[in-house]
Design a protein around this ligand. Structure first.
Ligand code: FAD
Length: 116
C-alpha cells in the first residue's frame, strides 16, 4: 500500500502522526504533514514531535490510545542570511540585522550543547 501525500509530496498523517491508512507507520518532522493542519516545515515543529513520537510508539506497543500533536499557532523563525546577519519573524512582526544573527547563534549553540 502506498502513502497518501499532500500537494507538495509530503506524507499525510493523522493528528497522532500516523501515516494515513497505516496503523504502525509514523511520519514526523519535515517528511510528514498532518491532514488539514497548516504549519511550516521548521525545526520548531520537528523537535516538538520527537517526544510525542516516542510516547506514541510506546503506547502502540502497549495497546494504549495515542496522543495528538497540537502544532502551536505561531513560532519564531530565525533565518540566517549567511553574512552574520539574520531575519527574525513571528506573525506580523519582524526584525533583521547583526543582532538577530547573534541572538540566533546563541540559541543554536545552546540547543546543540544539549546533545553533546
Ligand atoms: C538551511 C536551512 C536552515 C534552517 N534553519 C532553521 C532554523 O533556524 N530554525 C528551524 O526551526 N528550522 C530551520 N530549518 C528547518 C529544519 O532544519 C527542519 O525543519 C528540520 O531539520 C526537520 O527535521 P527532520 O528530522 O524532519 O529532518 P532532517 O533534519 O532533514 O533529518 C532527516 C535525516 O534523514 C537522513 N536521511 C535522508 N534520507 C535517508 C535515507 N534514505 N536513509 C537514512 N537516512 C536518511 C538525512 O541525512 C537527515 O539526517 C532550516 C532548514 C534549512 C535547510
Amino acid at each position: 500500500m502506498a502513502f497518501l501525500i499532500d500537494r507538495s509530496g509530503f506524507i499525510l498523517t493523522d493528528e497522532n502522526l500516523l501515516a494515513l491508512g497505516f496503523k504502525n507507520i509514523f511520519a514526523v518532522g519535515d517528511i510528514g504533514s498532518i491532514l488539514e493542519r497548516k504549519y511550516p516545515k521548521s525545526g520548531v515543529y520537528a523537535v516538538k514531535q520527537g517526544p510525542l513520537l516516542f510516547k506514541n510508539i510506546q503506547s502502540l506497543i502497549k495497546g494504549k490510545s495515542l496522543s495528538k500533536f497540537q502544532p502551536q499557532r505561531r513560532a519564531l523563525a530565525l533565518i540566517s542570511l549567511g553574512i552574520k546577519k539574520a531575519v527574525a519573524s513571528r506573525g506580523v512582526f519582524y526584525a533583521s540585522g547583526a543582532f538577530v544573527w547573534f541572538w540566533k547563534n546563541l540559541i543554536d549553540k545552546r540547543f546543540m550543547r544539549r546533545y553533546q
